[in-house]
Every structure is written in structure tokens, then in C-alpha cells.
Write a protein that binds this ligand. Structure first.
Ligand SMILES: [Zn+2]
Length: 501
């Protein structure tokens, strides 16, 4: 089930380069829940390491992976190229990318697409069925039936949640799934977060106010865009607001080849998606300009105000948004609107933390633009949504495993489920690389397996994060001092504290 790329602190990301803790050649099939990198980003590595059978996914997931997986391979190649340039200078041997664009393209051949709701024969008497999880296009919870003794003994029924979407999500129905399984394996990403419930109209009203305020400032509105799903949600809401006369027909530049490709997948699946067709096609509005080439992207530089520029990446770490930030951040009349999570250590996070200048493409850029953020666009169910999803799946015969969350989120969800009437003794929080036997009446932990991380828990932050926070804090303190001699004095004091090298 899934084969994601580790994201987060460097200690965790290092696992992407290490060997799998199992034999890839011994796996019969892979079931994918959805196209996000943290769920399928190591698939090309798995195939390179010897997995040679089918990868089962929904049609939507397959269509998205056709370009997101090769793009991920390209990102791996670029990251390693930068790292190796640094390593050569330090006399450290060069490393190979986790996988290349070519590896990713080759791995696509093993993907077998299937519609929702249809039983898929996986071999050895095992069958699987996809349910709409309402998280992103193609996302699914997967029900798996595994023979548990000779007939007429009933099969073991396991439901893997994948990532669960929120209520009132554009394009997708509320998440659904079967009841009365033996096991639930449930994600807990936002298990400790309670959002104020916001329906589509409320979300659009918020966006409308942000866009109106940005236009009133006179400059451009930059939206760092996540290519899949968030971009299309915004395009839909902007089109609805323009059609209703609540916003003017301002030019919208979608300056991201990846987001343009994702938008084409949405168009290809328009008939299965909700909200499309109410106002005509929101992805071909006359004021929407799709910028494919670098020349087209650069031509936006001539526009000083009144336009919406959506460009990747969503956290401003790479991509064309960086060059638009360089062009606009120093302007008093410009606005940057963040519409998604900004991970610590990213340029987006740095900007939201309130720094007065940033380095982009080797240049120091002053931050004078207005920075705004809205969090009503979310692809994830919050704590209440996750609890409701589990309640709708009850009864559960044997156990509920809580996975895919930081410890605080997982523990908060466990407490919430217990308070909502689930038997706390049935709830299991596994550590990374833990193994369990499921055929027993209660899950039995297999002792003696050695995990890849000491303590079994992935670190939430490591010294790299603390170093980044410390240098940011130092920079802020230096900025706030009255003059250069005070800055020299502070640096001299810190130097005196450091042990002599
Ligand atoms: Zn996801």
C-alpha cells in the first residue's frame, strides 16, 4: 500500500537514499491511494530495486502520475546535481539521484488503472476496491479482502484510508467507504487541528476580499501555486466570482507547466468532478493565460499591476514563482497570497515569518509587498472530519491503526476517537517499521524487527532545523540593532563564546 517519499527533516529524508527494509522483488502488487509524492514518490526506486509486478491505481491517479512522477525524477536529479557540486568542493564523493526522470517514466508502464467501486482481483484470492476519499483528483481509500482460512471462513477485511478529504471540498464528494471491516488503517495528518467549518461560498467570499484588496493596492497579486488540485480550486472560484460580477475580469496568468498539465487532467475527468460545468469551463476563461514557455513567463515582467500571477512551487522553494517574487516583493503595491501549508525552512515560511529581506537567485530583495495567507483551502479532513469518517465505518472487529501523522496529531486523534465511543484498547499507534500479524483476533506485534530510525519515531525537527531557526533569529536581532558598530559588537561577542577551532 503506497510507496511514499519521506519529506521533512534531513534525518528523515536521508531514508529516501537508504535500502528498503524489505525485499522489493518479493512483493506481489502495489496499491496506490493517490498521486501525492509522500504516497507514491518512491515507486520508481521500488521498481529499480526489483519490484516487477502491477501497480494498481485509479484512472485519475494514473493520469496525474504520468507527469508528476517524471517531474519528481527531474527534481531528484537537480537536487543531487547541486549537492554534488558542493560535495566536490569539499572532497566528498558524488552521490546518485534516488531515481531519474527516465526511471520514473519507465515505472509508469507498470501502473494499471481501475475505476472506483469495482472489485479488482489481485491474485492469491486477494481482492481490492477503491472508494472516493475526496482528497485530490483520483484519491481513494482502499478496501482489501484477504483469504483468512479455507472457505466458508470469511476473508479478513482491511480498509486503508489513504488521505481523507474535508467536507465541502470543490470537485469531490465527501469521503466515503465501506463499514464493518476487521481493521482500519487511518491517516492522522490533522488529527490535532480543528478548523472553523467553511463551505464553498464562505471560502469564495474570503478569496474575493483578498483579491479586491490586492487590486486596490495597485500592484500584482502573486499566488504561489500547488500544481495539482489547489490551482484548479482557485481557478474555479475565480471564474465563479468573475461570472457573478463580484470580481472584475482581471488577467490571470497560470505560469506553471506542471499546473497546466494538471489542469488538463481535470478537464479530461470533468464528467466525474463536481462543480464543473455550472459556469462553463473555468479552465478556458478568456482572461486566463496559460504560460508554457520561459519566454511567455518572462513577458509577465512587463506587467506592473492589476494581474493575478499563479506560479509554482507552492512553498516558493523552486520554480517560476521565485522570479516573480524577485520582480514584485520590493514593491509596496504588490501582494503575495499564500493558499497552502508552508513547511519550516522554505522561502514561503521565511516570508510569512516577517523577514525584511530575502535572497532570491543570488540577489538580496527587500520585502515591501503585503503578505497574506488564507487556510480555508484544505485537502485534508480536520480532527472532527477524521473522527466522523471513522464513526461512519463502524463497527470495526479487531483494531484501528493510526498512521501518517506527527505524534501530537496521532495522540490527539486517538483521544478524540476514544471520547467518541471507540474502544481505546482497539486503537494502535505503530512506530516506523513496526510489523504486526493481522490474522489473530487482536493484532500481534512481531518482536525483533529492527527499525531504520533509533527509537522508531521519525524526528519532527533535527539540528538542521534548529540551526536554520537560530541563524534566522540572529539575522533578525542584527537587523533590529541601531547601527553597524552594534552589529559588529554582537558578532564579536558570539565569536568569543565559540570554542577555538
Ligand atoms: Zn495527500
Amino acid at each position: 500500500m503506497d510507496c511514499g517519499l519521506f519529506q521533512g527533516p534531513k534525518t528523515l529524508k536521508a531514508l529516501n537514499y537508504a535500502a528498503f527494509p524489505f525485499t522489493p522483488g518479493g512483493i506481489d502488487f502495489v496499491l496506490l491511494t493517490h498521486a501525492h509524492t509522500d504516497h507514491c514518490g518512491l515507486l520508481p526506486k521500488l521498481i529499480k530495486a526489483g519490484f516487477s509486478h502491477a501497480v494498481l491505481a485509479t484512472n485519475g491517479t494514473r493520469d496525474l502520475l504520468e507527469f508528476t512522477l517524471p517531474d519528481s525524477g527531474y527534481v531528484q536529479e537537480m537536487e543531487v546535481e547541486t549537492l554534488n557540486r558542493r560535495n566536490v568542493r569539499r572532497g566528498i564523493p558524488a552521490v546518485d539521484p534516488i531515481y531519474t526522470r527516465a526511471d520514473a517514466e519507465a515505472s509508469l508502464k507498470q501502473i494499471q488503472p481501475h475505476p472506483y467501486g469495482e472489485w479488482i482481483d489481485c491474485g492469491r484470492g486477494i481482492r481490492a476496491r477503491y472508494w472516493n476519499a475526496g482528497h485530490i483528483l483520483g484519491s481513494a481509500s482502499i478496501e482489501v479482502e484477504i483469504p483468512d482460512g479455507p472457505p466458508p471462513h470469511p476473508p479478513l477485511r482491511v480498509l486503508f484510508s489513504g488521505d481523507i478529504g474535508p467536507r465541502h471540498k470543490s470537485f469531490h464528494p465527501d469521503p466515503t467507504g465501506p463499514t464493518a471491516c476487521d481493521y482500519l488503517i487511518v491517516e492522522s495528518t490533522y488529527g490535532d487541528r480543528d478548523r472553523i467549518e467553511c463551505d464553498a461560498a464562505g471560502r469564495r467570499a474570503q478569496l474575493r476580499e483578498e483579491v479586491k484588496a490586492a487590486l486596490a493596492r495597485g500592484g500584482n497579486l502573486l499566488i504561489p501555486a500547488f500544481a495539482v488540485e489547489r490551482t484548479q480550486e482557485l481557478l474555479l472560484d475565480l471564474a465563479i466570482l468573475v461570472a457573478a460580477g463580484e470580481l472584475p475580469k482581471m488577467p490571470i496568468f497560470l505560469d506553471s507547466p506542471l499546473a497546466i498539465k494538471a489542469t488538463q487532467v481535470f478537464l479530461a475527468h470533468a464528467r466525474e468532478l463536481e462543480d464543473l460545468g455550472d459556469i462553463g469551463n473555468p479552465f478556458s476563461a478568456p482572461n486566463l493565460h496559460l504560460m508554457q514557455t520561459v519566454e511567455q513567463s518572462k513577458s509577465i515582467n512587463r506587467i506592473n499591476g492589476g494581474a493575478i500571477i499563479m506560479a509554482g512551487s507552492g512553498m516558493c522553494d523552486a520554480g517560476r514563482i521565485r522570479h516573480h517574487l524577485k520582480q514584485n516583493l520590493w514593491r509596496h503595491d504588490a501582494t503575495v497570497l499564500f493558499v497552502g501549508y508552508q513547511a519550516p525552512g522554505t522561502l514561503g515560511n521565511l516570508l510569512l515569518s516577517g523577514v525584511r529581506s530575502v535572497r532570491i537567485q543570488g540577489e538580496e530583495v527587500s520585502v515591501r509587498a503585503t503578505l497574506r495567507s488564507i487556510d480555508s483551502y484544505s485537502g485534508h479532513a480536520d480532527r472532527k472530519g477524521l473522527i466522523e469518517w471513522v464513526q461512519a465505518r463502524l463497527p470495526v472487529a479487531r483494531a484501528i491503526f493510526l498512521t501518517h501523522g506527527e505524534p501530537a496529531a496521532t495522540i490527539s486523534l486517538r483521544d478524540g476517537l476514544a471520547a467518541a465511543g471507540c474502544n481505546p484498547e482497539q486503537i494502535v499507534i505503530p512506530g516506523l517499521d513496526d510489523s504486526f500479524t493481522l490474522s489473530t483476533s487482536r493484532p500481534t506485534k512481531i518482536e525483533g524487527t529492527v527499525g531504520r530510525l533509533p527509537g522508531g519515531q521519525p524526528p519532527q525537527t533535527d539540528w538542521h532545523n534548529r540551526y536554520a531557526a537560530m541563524s534566522l533569529d540572529l539575522r533578525r536581532r542584527l537587523d533590529s540593532l541601531p547601527d553597524d558598530s552594534a552589529r559588529e559588537e554582537l558578532i564579536a561577542r558570539i565569536n568569543r563564546l565559540l570554542p577555538r577551532a
